[in-house]
Design a protein around this ligand. Structure first.
Ligand code: 13P
Length: 288
C-alpha cells in the first residue's frame, strides 16, 4: 500500500539517515526501484515530475500503474508516490489522482504568493492524508548548457514556510539539478546550519542528488537532510548499460531486440545505482 512520506521522513530525521527519492521515467524505472527497495528493506519515495507524468500518460495513469505494481509485486516496504516540482494546478491534479505526496514548488513566486499558494495546497492535501513538500530558494539548473548556480534560501523565509504546517522543505543551499559543473562551489553548510536552527526537526530535502560526494551527503544528513532526490544518475546509468548492449551487437543476436532483453541491462543499472545511493544515505534495513 502506498503511504504518505511524512512518517518515513520524520523517522529518518530521528534516525539520522535520508530516504531516497528516485525519479521515475517509465515502467522499467518503476519496477526496478520498487524491487531494489524491497530487496534492501528500505523505504522509498517515487518522485514524478510534471513532464514525466505527461510522458507516461498523465497523473491518473501513473498513480494507477504505481499502486497496482506495488500490490502485484507484493511490496511491503513503505512507498510514497510524490509529485516532484509541482505547479499549483499539478499539485491539485495529483491530489485528485491518488498521489500520496506532493511538492508544490512556488520558489519562483515572490514570498507572499508562495506562502499563499502553499497554504492552499497544504489544506487540500492534508484533508486526504497526503504529505506536502514546499520550496524556497531556487535549485540551480542546466539550461541548454548554461548552468545556473541556484539561490541560497533565506532562513527566515524557510521558517515562514515551515510554520504553514508543511511536512518537509526543499531549501536551496547551492545544489544543482543534473551533473555538477567543474566550478561548482559545493553545498553551503553554513546556510544549512542556519536553516536547521530556524526550522528544528522539520525534514529537509536535498535536490540534485546526482554526483554529490559521500562526505557532503553525510554532513548534510547530520544537519537535518532526510530526503535526497536522484534522477540524472539513474538516467546516465540506464543509457550507458543500454548503449553497451547495443554496441556489443546483442540486439542482433537471436531475439536480443525484444524490449524485455534490450532494456534489462538498463533496468539492472538503475537498481545498482539506487543501491549505491541507499547505502550512502543510510536507509537500508530501515523498513524492517
Ligand atoms: P538530479 O537529476 O541532479 O539527480 O536531481 C534530481 C532532483 O532533484 C529531482 O527533483
Amino acid at each position: 500500500m502506498l503511504v504518505s512520506a511524512k512518517e518515513m521522513l520524520d523517522k529518518a530525521v530521528a534516525g539520522h539517515y535520508a530516504v531516497a527519492h528516485i525519479n521515475l521515467n517509465n515502467l522499467e524505472w518503476t519496477k526496478a526501484v520498487l524491487e531494489i527497495a524491497q530487496e534492501l528493506k528500505a523505504p522509498v519515495i517515487l518522485g514524478v515530475s510534471e513532464g514525466a507524468n505527461k510522458y507516461m500518460g498523465g497523473y491518473k495513469t501513473v498513480a494507477a500503474m504505481v499502486k497496482t505494481m506495488d500490490e502485484s509485486l507484493g511490496i511491503t516496504v513503505p512507498v510514497a508516490l510524490h509529485l516532484d516540482h509541482g505547479t499549483y494546478e499539478g499539485a491539485k491534479g495529483c491530489i485528485e489522482a491518488g498521489y500520496t505526496s506532493v511538492m508544490f514548488d512556488g520558489s519562483h513566486f515572490d514570498l507572499e504568493e508562495n506562502l499563499e499558494k502553499t497554504t492552499e495546497i497544504v489544506k487540500l492535501a492534508h484533508k486526504q492524508g497526503i504529505s506536502v513538500e514546499a520550496e524556497v530558494g531556487t535549485i540551480g539548473e542546466d539550461k541548454n548548457g548554461v548552468v545556473g548556480m541556484g539561490e541560497i534560501a533565506d532562513p527566515e523565509e524557510c521558517k515562514r514556510l515551515a510554520d504553514l504546517g508543511i511536512d518537509f522543505l526543499a531549501a536551496g543551499i547551492g545544489n544543482i539539478h543534473g551533473v555538477y559543473p567543474a566550478n561548482w562551489q559545493g553545498l553551503n553548510f553554513e546556510a544549512l546550519q542556519k536553516i536547521k536552527e530556524k526550522i528544528g526537526d522539520l525534514p529537509l530535502v536535498l535536490h540534485g542528488g546526482t554526483g554529490i560526494p559521500k562526505e557532503m551527503i553525510q554532513k548534510a544528513i547530520s544537519l537535518g537532510v532526510a530526503k535526497i532526490n536522484v534522477n540524472t544518475e539513474c538516467q546516465i546509468a540506464f543509457a550507458k548499460a543500454t548503449r553497451a548492449y547495443i554496441e556489443a551487437g546483442k540486439d542482433q543476436q537471436g531475439k536480443g531486440f525484444d524490449p524485455r532483453k534490450l532494456l534489462a541491462p538498463g533496468a539492472q543499472a538503475i537498481k545498482d545505482t539506487v543501491k549505491e545511493k541507499m547505502e550512502m544515505f543510510g536507509c537500508i534495513g530501515k523498513a524492517e
